[in-house]
Design a binder for this molecule. Structure first.
Ligand code: 5SP
Ligand code: FE2
Length: 226
């Protein structure tokens, strides 16, 4: 029996005026994805530590904090202090990536690196064995509700092959335009965690949407392992 794909609903698509209520609607999620945008690294501004703290006090589900910020070294501690369980930083925003990843882990937090759609997986060659997670963006970061970039599937297969070659098994998360319709092929291509914002919070029953995406992803993963 194949391991279940994990689902990390993005609260970017939640109703921020009713965040605690919306979190109760996804109590079956494996992680909560918190998109921090600084209006500089990405052309949008979302929220910061106050929302991470609010999530921490409203749920026991681990917080998966996606930092879309320039110079993450300057602020990463804020998010760890606010309650992040896992922090991902963008390769494109980091000058001293190894130092940043080592620092996050030294604080007892899990660490991951995010790649934008145009960044090849090869850049991770010399840091892959340090990572708890690799996050592949399947849209250009900055906004929810965008269309999945199909080329991500090939990139995902290349990342999976690279992990096998290095004998490592980080979580592999896909973020952007994910739903029950493409979760199967993402699971088959090697994803282990799927972020979904609009597909979850835009659904009439968000918990059912989480379950549908998880089942589709897990079926895809099992079909590959069979
Ligand atoms: O990081 C981002 C966008 O920059 C994502 O986490 C989005 O929030 C995903 O939203 P959907 O594409 O699933 O609606
Ligand atoms: Fe994200």
């Amino acid at each position: 029996m194949s391991a279940s794909i994990q689902i990390s609903p993005s609260i970017l698509s939640a109703d921020m005026a009713n965040l605690a209520r919306d979190l109760t609607r996804i109590s079956n999620a494996d992680l909560i994805h918190v998109d921090v945008m600084d209006g500089h690294f990405v052309p949008n501004l979302s929220y910061g530590t106050a929302i991470v703290k609010a999530c921490k006090s409203a749920t026991d589900i681990p917080l998966d904090v996606h930092l879309m910020v320039s110079n993450p070294d300057d602020t990463v501690d804020w998010y760890i202090d606010a309650g992040a369980d896992l922090v991902t930083v963008h390769y494109e925003a980091s000058t001293h990536l190894h130092r940043t990843v080592s620092h996050i882990k030294s604080r007892g937090c899990k660490a991951g690196v995010v790649l934008n759609p145009a960044t090849p997986v090869d850049v991770l060659e010399d840091i892959l064995d340090e990572l708890d997670m690799v996050l592949l963006m399947s849209v250009n970061p900055g906004f929810g509700g965008q269309k999945f970039i199909p080329r991500t599937l090939d990139k995902l297969r290349r990342l999976r092959a690279m992990c096998v070659e290095h004998g490592v098994d980080p979580l592999i998360e896909i973020d952007g335009g994910v739903g029950a319709g493409n979760a199967g092929e993402l699971g088959a291509a090697g994803a282990t965690v799927l972020v979904a914002g609009s597909a979850v919070f835009g659904a009439e029953d968000p918990a059912q949407a989480v379950e549908d995406i998880r089942q589709a992803g897990t079926r895809g993963r099992a079909s590959k392992e069979a």
